[in-house]
Write a protein of this length. Sequence first.
Lengths: 85, 270
Amino acid sequence: MGLLDLFRRTPATANVAKERLRIIVAQERSSRGATDFLPLLRRELLEVIRKYVNVDPEAIQINLEKEGGHEVLELSVALPEKAGG
Amino acid sequence: MTEIIVVTSGKGGVGKTTTSASLACGLARGGKRVAVIDFDIGLRNLDLIMGCERRVVYDFVNVIQGDCSLKQALIKDKRIDSLFVLAASQTRDKDALNLDGVRKVLDDLIADGFDYIVCDSPAGIEKGAHLAMYFADRAIVVVNPEVSSVRDSDRILGLLSSKTHRAEQGNGNIKEHLLLTRYSPRRVTTGEMMSVADVKEILGIEVIGVIPESPDVLSASNAGTPVILNEQSDVASAYEDAVARLQGQTVPLRFVDEPKKGFLARIFGG
C-alpha cells in the first residue's frame, strides 16, 4: 500500500462477503434435495385424494420442517363442506 | 484407465474454457493422451481458445447423430501430438445432445485408450451442464472469489453429489476440487477480496489451484494459444501446478501472497 493509495482506498468488504455467503450457503444446503420432491408429492397426493373427495388444488398444504435431529413432514388437507350428502 | 474430468462452475465467465484448455494441454504435454470436449452446444468457444476454429469440420453432435466417425471429428492439436479437441455444435437445437449419445462418445474414447477426457461444461444448470458432469470421475469447480460465483459453485456441488451417474449408482463419490481464478493477492491483503482460505471454508472442499488475475489470459485467448503454453506467465505456472496436483503430486500453492515491493513501489503504490 503506497502513500498515493491512501487517497483512493476501497473499503474492505471481503469479510462482509464471507459472512453473507456463510449464511446463504448453509441455508441452501439445508434445503437441498429434501424439498425437491415436495411439489410432486403434493400433486400425486391431490390425485389420490380426488379419487374419493373432490378437494380444491389449494386445499393441500405440505411442509417439511427440521426439528432438532429429525424432520417433520406436515400435511394438511382441507375437506370441502358436505354438499347435500 | 481413463479418467473423465468435468470443468464446471454454474456461473458464466469465470474461466471454465480457459481452464479446460490449459489443463488438457498440461496433461497432454506430460505425455498423456487427452481429449477435450466442448459441451456448450450452440455457443462453441473451446475451438477459439485452443486456436483450431478453422479446422472444425465435424462436431460433437455430428458424431452423436452418426454423420461422421469420432476419428473424423477429433481435431488433433498442432502443438501437442497426444491432444485432441472435439468441438461443440453450433446448432440451436437444445436436444441435440442426449445421455446415450454422450455415453457412446465417451465409451469410444475410453476404448481408444485416452488417459483423460476433459469435459468443458457450459454455464448454468441446464441440460448441457448436466450432461457434461454426468459421467465424470472428477470435477473441477472453477470459482472467482466473489459472492455470486461462490454461491453458484455450491449449487453445482449439490448437483455433483446427486445428479451424476456415480451418485445415482452409489458408485463412490466424484472427486471434487476448487480452482480459484482471477485471484488478486493484493486485493486480498487490503481486505477487498475473499482469500483462498475464505472460499475453501465456505465451500468445504479442497483447492487444486489458484490462478492469479493477469492480462496474459486475454492475450492467450486473442492468440488462440492456451495460456499454460506461455512460459513467461505466472498463470501458466499456476496451471502447471494444478496439473501436477491433478496427477497426485503435492505442490505448495504459489501466487497467493502479495509480492514484496521495492522502496519506490511502496511509496508510490502500483
